[in-house]
Write a protein that binds this ligand. Structure first.
Ligand SMILES: C[S@@+](CC[C@H](N)C(=O)[O-])C[C@H]1O[C@@H](n2cnc3c(N)ncnc32)[C@H](O)[C@@H]1O
Length: 273
């Protein structure tokens, strides 16, 4: 992968050093219509703060796998951990070098094909586990960790595969399969936490934004094309209708009730046997 343009878009629009959902302590009290970007960035800081609470005391050297643009790594460095970062993405490589001025090592590779120069106390996969193939990911984690080392995963998993075409069933691992593979690859689950509810206000805010700003804008543009250049609109629909319908179907990804139905956002702390 050269550059993941969706992640680049998030990085450039939200202008936060994090590429994850964030964590809300009191999700029921949040009104998505009232949220500002600053609130989302604060929730993202809270996410890594909360996740750091799961790091065992005997961890010093961390490999941040799927490091994004370095928000988590920076937070951990500031708390005294030694951190190295890894991602297959060229845009993120530049962002990490810029942020840390080469003081934090970066490996540009998929985790599955990483050639580790040393062993680590802990591998962190913050919203990156879903990108990494299950079995090769556990095999690689086993290889890079010292005896008794830890794998800390925070990500969403499918808990209810009803065989439908719902986009929530794609691009994330099935929870049972993932946990079974952990066991088969000599990892013991020592702590877990379901943070689904703590992450949902971010989805609700995204949905609110789309409904309030993007949908009316698209509708305005379509009406205007329909009135002024109907032939051009018909031509565009003929050429791109299928892709447009496919993209629209993906809007369910920001529907928090659909998320709850199919996915759970979990924290798993595994220890290498
Ligand atoms: C949603 S972002 C999360 C970024 C960061 N961990 C965070 O929490 O802000 C997913 C990350 O996984 C990376 N990634 C994608 N495929 C990967 C792979 N096969 N091995 C390692 N990282 C991968 C992406 O480039 C990106 O850095």
């Amino acid at each position: 992968m050269a550059i993941d343009h969706v992640l680049k878009l998030y990085a450039e629009t939200i202008q936060s050093p994090y590429l994850h959902y964030g964590f809300w302590d009191e999700p029921q009290a949040v009104d998505p219509a009232e949220l500002r970007l600053d609130d989302i960035i604060k929730a993202q800081e809270r996410y890594i703060e909360h996740l750091t609470g799961f790091i065992p005391d005997d961890v010093h050297l961390i490999l941040d796998v799927g490091c994004g643009i370095g928000g988590n790594a920076g937070y951990l460095v500031d708390r005294g951990y030694t951190v190295e970062t890894l991602s297959p993405d060229a845009y993120q490589e530049e962002a990490i070098h810029r942020r840390f001025n080469n003081s934090v090592p970066f490996y540009r590779t998929k985790f599955e094909t990483f050639n580790p120069p040393k062993q680590y106390d802990m591998v962190l996969e913050s919203e990156s586990a879903c990108y990494i193939k299950i079995r090769p990911g556990f095999e690689k984690a086993f290889e890079v960790l010292r005896p008794g080392g830890y794998l800390l995963v925070a990500d969403y998993f499918v808990h209810n595969n009803d065989g439908s075409q719902n986009p929530h069933l794609k691009a994330s691992h099935e929870m049972d399969k993932y946990l079974r593979s952990a066991e088969e690859n000599h990892f013991t689950l020592i702590r877990e936490y379901d943070q689904t509810e703590n992450t949902m206000p971010t989805l609700d805010a995204a949905r609110n934004f789309i409904q309030r700003f993007m949908e009316p804008t698209v509708e305005y543009a379509l009406n205007s094309l329909r009135r002024k250049t109907p032939k051009l609109l018909a031509f565009v629909k003929m050429l791109f209708g299928k892709q447009i319908r496919k993209k629209s179907a993906q809007l369910v990804l920001v529907d928090s009730d659909a998320f709850r139905k199919y996915r759970r956002y979990m924290i798993y702390l595994f220890q290498k046997d």
